[in-house]
Ligand binder design. Sequence first.
Ligand code: AMP
Length: 282
Amino acid sequence: MLLIRNNAGLKVFIAQLQKNGQRIGFVPTMGALHEGHLSLIQQAAAQCDVVVCSIFVNPTQFNDPADLEKYPRPITRDIELLQATGCDVLYMPDVEDIYPPDLDTTLRLNPGKLIEVMEGEFRPGHFEGVMQVVKRLLDLVTPDVLVMGQKDYQQVAVIRFMIQKLRLPVTLYVAETERETDGLAKSSRNVRLTQKWRSIAPVIYQTLSATRDKLGTLPPKQLAEAGFRALEAAGLRPEYYRIVDGVTLLDLEKVAKNKPMVVCTAAWAGDVRLIDNVILQP
Ligand code: AMP
């Protein structure tokens, strides 16, 4: 695996790939890799000639400086995992590579409600940061395929919006959520769960699955309220629990056939914030 630490090195490498007509698959991450990330690498490899993975803990998407500070950074292990998974290139830029002081990387896009609801409500500015970093990474890596996880459903919706709005020449591929055997979605944050909270956290997926099973028995709002209360009853502190339109991410009043629907939640397990979702209708 090739390790590229700066933009000059990346530029030379990408130019060579383009000259050879090789298809580039790209998996942006913040590191602390787990099997979820590695499945994205494998899916990129299945569709492309070369897989580039980036590890960059993007400061502009953290609204809480303590969260940025606490974010795990086990880089030696990450490199070993990527190598074992068959990743071709690890791009690990510095903040100055992504945000050079003389470059305006601000995006003037207005996704409206897409970035205001759910995560947007509880992490103001988060998606502005996500769009900014993904746009910058796409400009630098110039991939044919961008692979992202359904685990971050709203993030995928926002990036899809950005790709369409800016007519970016990249195909977005969304990979399914990898889970622990008890259903807990794999996440870099799981290592911070104490034993107690680790044993409670699977309630999140159990509750989302129960909502899916009960779809149609009650109006979506009532089902969502019941889900919120179920998380509270388990001792978690839910921030939101919403049944939304899979494209607009707005709350749904009723179940409509042929309409994408998803149930999304964010909940605190002790001092660790976890998010998850289950697709109710594709
Ligand atoms: P992160 O490092 O948390 O920014 O995540 C990098 C990418 O991995 C994003 O596209 C995530 O949606 C994806 N991802 C995170 N967790 C999982 C998971 N459990 N299964 C599949 N993909 C995931």
